[in-house]
Design a protein around this ligand. Structure first.
Ligand SMILES: [Zn+2]
Length: 133
């Protein structure tokens, strides 16, 4: 179980069995794994994939957006390159988004990630052992 969460995520496959498809649409998760019946509602990647893909796109494409305005080429080809670069960056992001979502989801289910739970340490509760006043 959970042998290669990154590899299976990049292949948009279930992180537990590496066979069932994660998505039924572009970014819409299936309800359960077709192969191992894992419930896909146990984890939520939220906007994590968009953050990582956006950051990666910025790192990859930002140099072009700084170089292009000062490049010694006529205005019309420069605008054309700008538009082409915009579409390439959009395609880059749209291509990577399901891959990153699959990887983050598989890492969440492998590491049993969940929302933080806070317990009362007030008057009615006993503080945890590592609690410092
Ligand atoms: Zn599975």
């Amino acid at each position: 179980m959970f042998k290669h969460p990154i590899r299976s995520g990049l292949g948009e496959r279930c992180g537990r069995c590496d066979e069932g498809r994660l998505f039924r649409g572009y970014l819409k998760f299936n309800d359960r794994c077709d192969s191992c019946d894992l419930d896909f509602s146990v984890a939520d990647t939220a906007d994590g994939p968009a953050f990582f893909v956006g950051s990666l796109a910025m790192i990859v494409f930002a140099p072009f957006y700084f170089i292009l305005p000062v490049a010694n080429i006529p205005l019309v080809p420069k605008i054309g390159l700008w538009v082409v670069l915009l579409f390439v960056m959009g395609a880059f992001c749209l291509l990577l988004l399901p891959k990153f979502k699959g990887v983050l989801f598989n890492l969440q289910i492998q590491n049993k990630a969940e929302e933080a739970h806070f317990e009362s340490t007030g008057k009615h509760g006993k503080p945890p052992k590592n609690w410092k006043d």
